[in-house]
Ligand binder design. Structure first.
Ligand code: ADP
Length: 601
């Protein structure tokens, strides 16, 4: 049902003087326009009302002119009023306001131009009617139609002036008294019509504004309701997860106690599984709590000074246990461009890294997982931008699911859910945490090749106490590591400390490298040997067989698996536990040099 016209303003009384006129206006509205947007409906109603008003008003004006001795002009105006059904037919048939507005403006314009010319050109009262044409055209058909008719009427008036200037204008043949009466009546009617149109515009504006205000009120109400619902949801989740966490801690405690009371292997296995399930449950509850806090805007970031290198080392330590069972290198690197102390929420940055590195380890069976922090410049406010990259050589993520995995409770369809578990909340939380820290995240991934997650966060920088650097300047060190990623990582860490590091994958490559670089003597060897003892010894023997390497002190990178049988590493001058941290590596190599220097003196 179309809304009835409101008759509150003078304009609207022009639009709907009587109930009959209102009904007529409704009736003439083309069905196609009845459900259009409110602005279009208003324009259509104006168009109909104007066409219904013309036959009431124009014939009277035609008769007046006739009486005043202007029968031709009077007849033209009468004839034009007979054309009023034409725009109504056009509107009903086409439903086009632009076309109908132009038809109305054309009829008005033709009548105005002819009558003005017949009355005597620029001196005639018809000139007063010109401004109404573009106003009406604009109100019905829109701004550009109004612009076109404004230009047209200005040109016509200019044409009248040029013709008059060159003596081609008609002479005003009307008696001065009649001319004055005509000026008065046409001026008065143009003023009234102009006023009606202007007040109609005002009422259209007021109507549009009240619609807007009503829409804004509805939106504000909807927002308040949504916020209240979110608050209620997060309060519920916070209470619920707190309530669940308490009994889970009870399960932990009781399981620990039960484990202490039995040596029965089967029972211990059951209890260990119970504890693992409780751990998973606690992780899920913590994720849900974090997610609901972020969604409700209740998560506040802390700010304190922290050491980014220590933070990365801590992340590697936490995840080492998950790596040891796989043929996987876990590598961490904090670039020289990152200051020694940063200011920000270290706990949340750690959570971001743990999520990303944890996923990378979970979905990678062999190769390497690398985590890297570096400077990404400063933002316009001068804050330090830290870029983190977590890269793996794992299963990869299909291109069509890369956007979806950042949504809550979303995992790559089918193939990882069943095999790797998880809730699908980790990345959703991670991306929101990165957003809270003023940054963004990107993902590049290829199936079967691996994935790279990159993020940037805004942090402050804090003054750092100077730590004495271990000097490796100019030392010639050869890194022998079959894993290319780990090899270049270790070499890079040594180079960052000033060492001249060379790299090779095995003994043959080491020989080649030494020949190529014409290295006469080396200061140290850093090796990543295989785990089984026999293979390890063969690996070292192979290297020792190379004359330049026969006596060079050798530092080994060892995993927990190496150490589990408590072997002695008599073939090495020092061992560095994996994942390799720069400080530990450099300290171990530095100590070897100090010992070598002491032995030589
Ligand atoms: P969860 O690991 O708890 O399932 P996440 O939001 O952390 O949830 O990850 C969502 C999904 O994205 C994972 O289930 C997995 O399918 C996919 N995914 C995330 N990281 C990797 C990665 N490094 N390699 C392959 N798939 C990944």
């Amino acid at each position: 049902m179309p809304a009835p016209l409101r008759a509150v303003t003078l304009t609207e009384s022009f639009v709907s003087t009587t109930h009959a006129l209102t009904t007529l206006v409704e009736w003439f509205l083309p069905p196609a326009l009845r459900d259009a947007n409110p602005d279009t409906v208003r324009r259509a109603k104006l168009c109909v009302a104007y066409n219904l008003a013309v036959p009431i008003w124009a014939p009277g004006f035609g008769v007046l002119l006739w009486v005043l001795g202007q029968p031709l002009i009077g007849a033209i105006i009468l004839g034009a009023s007979l054309l009023t059904p034409l725009p109504l037919i056009v509107l009903r048939r086409t439903g086009s306001l632009v076309l109908t507005g132009n038809v109305i403006a054309s009829i008005m314009s033709v009548v105005t131009v002819i009558c003005t010319w017949l009355e005597g050109g620029l001196g005639a009262p018809g000139v007063l009617w010109f401004p109404l044409v573009p106003i009406l055209a604009m109100l019905i058909a829109g701004r550009w139609t109004g612009v076109a008719w404004t230009a047209f009427n200005v040109l016509v008036l200019l044409g009248f002036y040029v013709l008059r200037r060159f003596g081609h204008a008609p002479v005003v043949g009307i008696a001065p008294d009649t001319l004055a009466l005509l000026h008065m009546s046409l001026g008065a009617s143009a003023t009234i019509v102009g006023f009606l149109l202007a007040s109609l515009f005002e009422s259209l504006k007021a109507d549009a504004l009240s619609h807007l205000e009503a829409a804004n009120r509805a939106l504000a109400l909807a927002r308040d309701q949504a916020e209240a619902a979110t608050r209620a949801k997060s309060d519920f989740l916070a209470t619920m997860s707190h309530e669940i966490r308490t009994p889970i801690h009870g399960i932990f405690g009781m399981t620990e106690l039960a484990l202490d009371t039995t040596d029965d292997t089967e029972r211990r296995d059951f209890l260990n599984r119970t504890r693992a399930c409780a751990e998973t449950l606690l992780a899920i509850i913590n994720d849900i709590l974090d997610f609901s806090r972020i969604e409700a805007g209740k998560l506040e970031l802390a700010s304190s000074a922290f050491d980014p290198r220590g933070l990365v080392d801590g992340v590697l330590d936490t995840l080492t246990a998950h790596v040891n069972a796989k043929n996987l290198e876990l590598l961490g690197w904090v670039d020289e461009t990152v200051p020694a102390r940063l200011l920000g929420d270290a706990g949340r940055l750690r959570q971001i890294l743990i999520n990303l590195v944890g996923n990378a380890v979970k979905f990678t069976d062999d190769g390497a997982v690398t985590v890297r922090l570096e400077a990404a410049g400063r933002d316009p406010d001068g804050a330090f931008l830290l870029r983190g990259t977590v890269e793996d050589t794992g299963i990869g993520i299909p291109a069509n699911q890369q956007a979806a995995i950042f949504e809550a409770f979303t995992q790559v369809a089918g193939w990882t859910t069943s095999t790797h578990g998880g809730t699908g909340l980790g990345l959703a939380i991670t991306r929101r945490l990165v957003g809270l820290m003023g940054g963004d995240m990107q993902l590049e991934s290829t199936i079967g090749i691996g994935s790279r997650f990159t993020f940037t966060v805004r942090l402050g920088t804090a003054a750092a106490a100077a730590t004495p650097a271990v000097e490796l300047g100019g030392r010639r060190i050869l890194v022998v590591d079959p894993n290319p990623l780990s090899r270049s990582h270790v070499a890079e860490q040594l180079r960052s400390q000033g060492a001249a590091a060379l790299a090779a994958g095995d003994a043959a490559e080491a020989l080649e490298t030494l020949a190529r670089t014409r290295a006469a003597s080396l200061d140290a060897l850093v090796v990543n040997p295989p785990v089984p003892e026999a293979e390890r010894k063969a690996f070292v023997a192979g290297l020792r067989g190379i004359p330049q390497l026969a006596r060079v002190p050798c530092v080994a990178l060892v995993t927990r698996l190496h150490v589990s049988g408590d072997p002695t590493f008599e073939e090495f001058a020092a061992v560095v536990p994996k994942p390799v941290k720069r400080a530990t590596l450099v300290a171990a190599v530095g100590k070897v040099f100090v010992r070598a220097a002491a032995a030589a003196s």
